[in-house]
Ligand binder design. Structure first.
Ligand code: NDP
Length: 328
C-alpha cells in the first residue's frame, strides 16, 4: 500500500479532528491530473475547516487545504503533462474534494492554472486564495471605473491575508489606500505595504447610519457584518465596494440608502467557483502588479506539522499577512 503524509480531518465524537496522518494513495478521488503539491498556505477558510468552527468540510475523511502549487506527475488532460508547474485554488478542494495539505493530489485538469513564469511555487502560495481574491476585488473596482484619481480606497481586515495583498496591489497601481485595522500596532507594517493612512476599525464598528459622511471612493472588505454596512454608508457618491469576506460575521446590518441615494455599488467576490478565464487574468495581473518584495515581507513559512496551530491562530484573528506551508 502506497501512502503519503497529509493533514486529514475526520469526524470525532463531538465535531471533527484534524491531524497529520498517512493517507492511502488508492483513496485519492477521481481526476485527470495527479500532482505533487510543493507548497500550500493557510487561508481563513482552512482555519475554519481545521478547527471545525464552521461546517466547511462536507466529506470525511478529508485532506484539508484549499490551495496548492506544485508539479504534475501524471495527466490524461490535454492541457497538462508530467513536469508542468500548476496552481490550484478552490473548486471545493478541502471542502468536498480531497485538498492540498498532502504530498499528493488528484484533481480535474480544468481546475488548474499554469504557474506564471516569473513565480515560484512558494511565491504563488504566498499569494494563495487570499491574494488571488484580493486581485479579483481590485479588478472589480477597476471594472466599475475607479482609478487613483477617484479618491482613497479603504481596505478592511487590513493586517490579514486578503487585506495585506490588496494594500500592496492598490498601492502599486497608484491608489491612495486607507488600511482599516483592529491592530494599530501593525501601522508600520501596513505603511510598509503602501497604506497612506491607518484607520482604527472602531470607526466602522458603531451603529450603522443609513448615510454617513462620505469618506472613500471605494473599498475592499474582508470582514462583512457591521464593518461592511458602515463602509457602504461612508462610500462616496458613485463609488463601489468589493465584498469578499466574513471574518466579522455573515450578516449585513445596513440599509439600501447608499445604493439608492448615492448610486453606490456592492460587488460580490467569489474565488472558489470563479470561471477559469478570470482566474487566468487575475494570476497574470498578480505576476505584474504585486511587488514581490512586499509579498516576501508579509509572508512566513511553516511545515505541515504546524498547520493545526496556524489554523487556530488565523481564526482568532492573530495571523499577520500570509503563511506558506512547505509540504516537503
Ligand atoms: P485573515 O484572518 O488573514 O484576515 C482577516 C482579518 O479581518 C484579520 O486579520 C483582522 O484584520 C480582521 N478581523 C478578524 N476578525 C474580525 C472581527 N471580528 N471584526 C473585525 N475585523 C476582524 O483572513 P483572510 O485574509 O485569509 O480572509 C479574510 C476573509 O475573506 C475571510 O472571511 C475569508 O473567509 C474571506 N475570503 C473569501 C474568499 C472568497 O472567495 N470570497 C477568498 C478568500 C478569503 P485586522 O487585525 O487588521 O483588523
Amino acid at each position: 500500500m502506497a501512502t503519503f503524509k497529509a493533514i486529514v480531518i475526520e469526524k470525532a465524537e463531538s465535531g471533527t479532528k484534524a491531524s497529520l496522518a498517512d493517507f492511502d494513495e488508492a483513496n485519492l478521488m477521481e481526476g485527470d491530473v495527479t500532482f505533487r503539491p510543493e507548497y500550500s498556505t493557510i487561508n481563513y477558510k482552512d482555519g475554519l475547516a481545521i478547527t471545525g468552527k464552521m461546517p466547511v468540510v462536507r466529506r470525511f475523511p478529508m485532506i484539508a487545504g484549499i490551495d496548492a502549487a506544485g508539479t504534475v506527475e501524471a495527466s490524461s488532460h490535454p492541457a497538462w503533462k508530467a513536469g508542468d508547474k500548476v496552481i490550484l485554488n478552490g473548486w471545493g478542494c478541502g471542502e468536498t474534494h480531497l485538498g492540498a495539505y498532502g504530498q499528493k493530489a488528484r484533481v480535474k485538469g480544468d481546475w488548474l492554472v499554469a504557474l506564471p513564469g516569473g513565480m515560484t511555487a512558494r511565491d504563488a502560495m504566498a499569494v494563495g486564495t487570499a491574494g488571488y481574491t484580493a486581485m479579483l476585488a481590485v479588478m472589480a473596482l477597476e471594472k466599475h471605473g475607479l482609478t487613483p484619481a477617484s479618491g482613497p480606497i479603504a481596505v478592511t481586515g487590513a493586517a490579514g491575508g486578503v487585506g495585506s495583498v490588496a494594500i500592496a496591489i492598490l498601492a502599486k497601481l497608484g491608489f491612495t489606500v486607507h488600511a482599516v485595522t483592529g491592530r494599530p500596532q501593525e501601522a508600520d507594517y501596513l505603511k510598509g505595504l503602501g497604506a497612506a493612512e491607518i484607520v482604527d476599525r472602531k470607526e466602522l464598528a458603531g451603529p450603522v447610519k443609513p448615510l454617513a459622511k462620505e469618506r472613500w471612493a471605494g473599498g475592499i472588505d474582508a470582514v462583512g457584518s457591521t464593518m461592511l454596512a458602515n463602509l457602504l454608508s461612508m462610500t462616496r457618491y458613485g463609488g463601489a465596494v468589493a465584498a469578499c469576506g466574513m471574518a466579522g460575521g455573515l450578516d449585513l446590518p445596513g440599509s439600501v440608502a447608499p445604493f439608492i441615494l448615492r448610486g453606490v455599488c456592492l460587488y460580490g467576490i467569489d474565488s472558489v467557483m470563479c470561471p477559469l478565464d478570470r482566474r487566468k487574468e487575475a494570476w497574470k495581473r498578480l505576476e505584474k502588479d504585486l511587488d514581490r518584495q512586499k509579498l516576501a515581507a508579509m509572508t512566513r513559512e511553516i511545515g505541515l506539522t504546524e498547520v493545526p496551530e496556524a489554523a487556530a491562530s488565523i481564526v482568532a484573528g492573530q495571523v499577520r499577512g500570509r503563511i506558506v506551508v512547505k509540504i516537503g
